[in-house]
Design a protein around this ligand. Structure first.
Ligand SMILES: Nc1ncnc2c1ncn2[C@@H]1O[C@H](COP(=O)(O)OP(=O)(O)OP(=O)(O)O)[C@@H](O)[C@H]1O
Ligand SMILES: [Mg+2]
Length: 264
């Protein structure tokens, strides 16, 4: 398996291109509890951006604020040139801003195909939806093989493919993933990351939250690191991966070990 991202060139290309998602001065939380305290972030069209940080620092909260699952207290979220701050989640989905649900949210008593079709619930273009189902099966041939099986019979990696596939069924311009490698064996993690890379190459912009910092920085072109609800650091992924502070906080072992593993 080869997972080499053409970072520099691609990023330079997109850096001068459009910004697909822009977050400005976002404050958000739960009830009166403020978790995010003034987040600014940009995701350019066509790239992979990763959001990193320790447990409970606000990563999932930020994704929820972007997808509209929680309201903003302050600030603005603009997607594809449209202010979406006041739109409902399904309205944002229709614009192509799609969050992949967590693996545990696959319905075990429904078949793989029924789960995938659910992902298209905001769409009315039936023919294109059917074609997209075939595209998802082309991306994940194992899901085609198992399309009539109940989701409850899938392995952890297959369920992760299923929820990513379900996100693709919404016809996203941007896909947000919250820890797609969580609780998976290292070999399966490689496969999932290779799939995310292929999805990005097919033209879907990716924002991925990860605990697997090294893998995420090898996959992405740009990274943001969040701590206590503020962005404490950001930069090109290849710079972050060799930054002493990032190394000390997040990375054990050497970068070349992981790169080697990715090529095997
Ligand atoms: N529904 C909720 N109601 C109240 N507080 C919440 C809720 N969800 C999360 N929190 C709190 O908000 C803070 C940030 O949580 P969040 O889930 O965004 O962290 P995270 O960075 O995604 O962490 P993890 O790596 O553990 O997934 C935590 O202190 C958490 O306890
Ligand atoms: Mg989280």
């Amino acid at each position: 398996m080869l997972l080499i991202v053409q970072k520099g060139i691609h990023w330079l290309e997109v850096a001068v291109g459009e910004i697909l998602l822009e977050i400005k001065g976002v404050h958000a939380g739960y009830g009166n509890l403020k978790i995010l305290r003034g987040i600014d972030m940009k995701v350019p069209t066509g790239g992979i951006v990763t959001l990193l940080g320790g447990n409970g620092t606000g990563k999932s909260t930020l994704l929820k604020a972007i997808s509209g699952l929680i309201p903003l207290m302050e600030g603005e979220v603009t997607f594809d040139g449209v202010s979406v701050s006041k739109l409902k989640p399904h309205e944002r989905m229709r614009l192509g801003l799609v969050q992949v649900t967590q693996a545990k949210e696959a319905y075990p008593a429904m078949t793989v195909e029924e789960n995938l079709v659910l992902g298209a619930y905001t769409r009315k273009d039936r023919e294109a939806t059917k074609a997209d189902l075939q595209k998802v099966y082309d991306f994940f041939p194992v899901l085609r093989e198992r399309r009539k099986q109940l989701s409850g019979t899938l392995s952890g990696g297959e369920v992760q493919m299923l929820v990513i596939g379900r996100g693709l069924m919404a016809s996203p311009k941007m896909l947000m993933l919250d820890e797609p490698s969580a609780a998976l064996a290292p070999k399966v993690v490689l496969e999932i990351f290779a799939n995310i890379n292929r999805i990005a190459k097919s033209g879907v912009t990716i924002l991925v939250v990860e605990q697997n910092v090294r893998m995420a920085l090898i996959l992405a072109q740009y990274g943001y690191i969040i701590r206590d609800g503020v962005i404490m650091m950001q930069g090109e992924a290849k710079e972050l991966i060799s930054d002493p502070a990032v190394k000390e906080s997040f990375l054990g072992g050497s970068v070349s070990d992981t790169t080697k593993a990715l090529r095997n």
